[in-house]
Design a binder for this molecule. Structure first.
Ligand code: SF4
Length: 449
């Protein structure tokens, strides 16, 4: 057995990866390892990778190269690559970086201790075959003591032409409502006040769960899950991500409006404001349908916060088509938007499309879109000025220790003067005095709970 004292995890990419990293950190701590933020101090380094963008992938290779060199001097060092790059590259990763001990796809995150045992008995291990998700009994080590992520569905059955997720995370597999509820109950009992329910396509939740409808009337859906979790004692807030416009229902919006713990924040990627590009992406909806969804949300919850994802420079995108994306952003007024220049991912249909857009054009469009997003986000933020907002206090502001930080129900990061020891995990009312594009600051009016 190698002498293992400290582990380090660097996580790239989405919240699903963050949640997997928390699970793997919990497993490593159960094995007696302590966490370190400095990879050079660690005996076990795990990179939980993302292959959505080329940039993140290249970063992994550069970090890995450094640690592979270190392994020549310190042979006991254990190197693990998990996540989507691991799934996509598999054995090829070992050929590229022979110093690696373990390559494991996202479906294997819950098997880390077993896989490490194989490593410690002298093997180099590649675990990328599709698996049936089993209930994970390890306790995640969560970064926050107040808010937690909970996976409800793994994988994705869509086939968006730019995306590697279906290849790397496999078919949809919903966890049972009972398993999710018992995880949420233990989180609430441990003091967590907010959960974010996660899935690549959360609206697909339940469609692979046959025969469990208690009433026999309809297929169990994500909306049913919200009702099922809502009364968990001690839980104050429920969020969820990511929604797919194609599956978004009025019943879900009504449930969000009706259930007080469900926060009025919707993360619904639209990707492009142009119907031909949406078709080439195989997204399965039009910009008109997307606009209708946002209008429906605002009909029930006029103050709801809306965020999304958008890609610029998809193959064949003309300037006029890009303008349609700008129009959509201007018309709908997003609270936040994750933007990206299209980056071809190996093995996806869009990567081999003929009319790839030049890098300089993509970057120019990205800059113009980001500028517009800052303006719309700032305009949306200003509506909070002078208002009394409910904030769940999460932690001390790392930059200004005399302040604490938390989030409004609409997910705006909010800072105000306070002592974390007295306020952490509390729902408080904050008067908003300053509104920046993506954050707010103010002063404490009252502690609510
Ligand atoms: S819905 Fe599309 S973009 Fe989202 S994970 Fe599935 S294939 Fe990828």
């Amino acid at each position: 057995m190698r002498p293992l004292r400290r582990y380090h995890i660097t996580t790239f990419g989405c919240q699903m990866n963050q949640a997997d990293s928390e699970g793997m950190a919990g497993a490593l701590e159960a094995m007696g390892l302590d966490r370190t933020d400095d990879p050079d101090q660690a005996d076990l380094i795990l990179y939980n990778t993302c292959s959505i963008r080329d940039h993140a992938e290249q970063k992994v290779y550069s970090y890995l190269g450094r640690q592979a060199q270190r392994k020549h001097r310190e042979p006991h060092l254990t190197l693990v690559v998990a996540g989507c790059v691991a799934q996509q590259e598999g054995e090829r990763l070992l050929r590229r970086v022979p110093e690696l001990d373990l390559v494991m796809g996202p479906q294997h995150a819950h098997r880390l201790p077993d896989l490490l045992e194989q490593v410690f008995s002298g093997s180099q291990v590649v675990a990328t075959e599709p698996v049936q998700i089993l209930e994970d009994i390890t306790k995640p080590r969560r970064r926050s003591a107040v808010v937690a992520w909970v996976n409800v569905i793994y994988g994705c059955n869509e086939s968006c032409t730019y995306c590697v997720v279906p290849q790397v995370r496999g078919r949809e597999q919903s966890r049972t409502p009972e398993a999710i509820r018992s995880e949420v109950i233990s989180l609430a009992a441990a003091g967590y006040r907010e959960v974010t329910l996660l899935g690549q396509n959360i609206d697909a939740y339940g469609r692979d769960l046959p025969g469990i409808t208690p009433t026999g009337r309809h297929q169990y859906t994500f909306t049913d899950l919200l009702y099922f979790l809502h009364d968990v004692p001690g839980l104050e807030r429920i969020r969820f991500a990511t929604s797919h416009p194609r599956y978004f229902t009025r019943r879900l919006v009504q449930a969000c409006a009706e259930l007080p713990k469900v926060c009025e924040h919707f993360h619904i990627p639209f990707q492009s404001g142009d119907n031909d590009i949406l078709k080439a992406m195989a997204r399965g909806y039009t910009h008109q349908r997307y606009r209708q969804i946002i209008a429906m949300i605002r009909e029930y919850m006029p103050d709801a916060a809306i965020s999304g994802d958008a890609i610029v420079g998809f193959p064949g995108e003309t300037e006029a088509q890009f303008q349609h994306t700008l129009e959509l952003v201007t018309d709908l007024g997003f609270d936040q938007l994750n933007t990206a220049a299209y980056s071809p991912r190996p093995g996806t249909p869009a990567a081999v499309m003929d009319d790839q857009v030049e890098e300089a054009i993509k970057q120019d469009r990205l800059q113009r879109l980001n500028q517009l997003v800052s303006q719309t986000a700032a305009a949306r933020s200003r509506r909070y000025l002078g208002r009394h907002e409910q904030v769940l206090v999460e932690e001390q502001n790392p930059k200004y220790p005399e302040q604490v930080l938390g989030r409004t129900r609409g997910n705006r990061l909010t800072f105000f003067p306070g002592v974390i020891g007295q306020l952490q995990g509390k729902l408080v009312t904050v008067r908003i005095d300053q509104a920046n594009a993506f954050s707010l600051s103010g002063s404490l009016v009252a502690a609510v709970a």
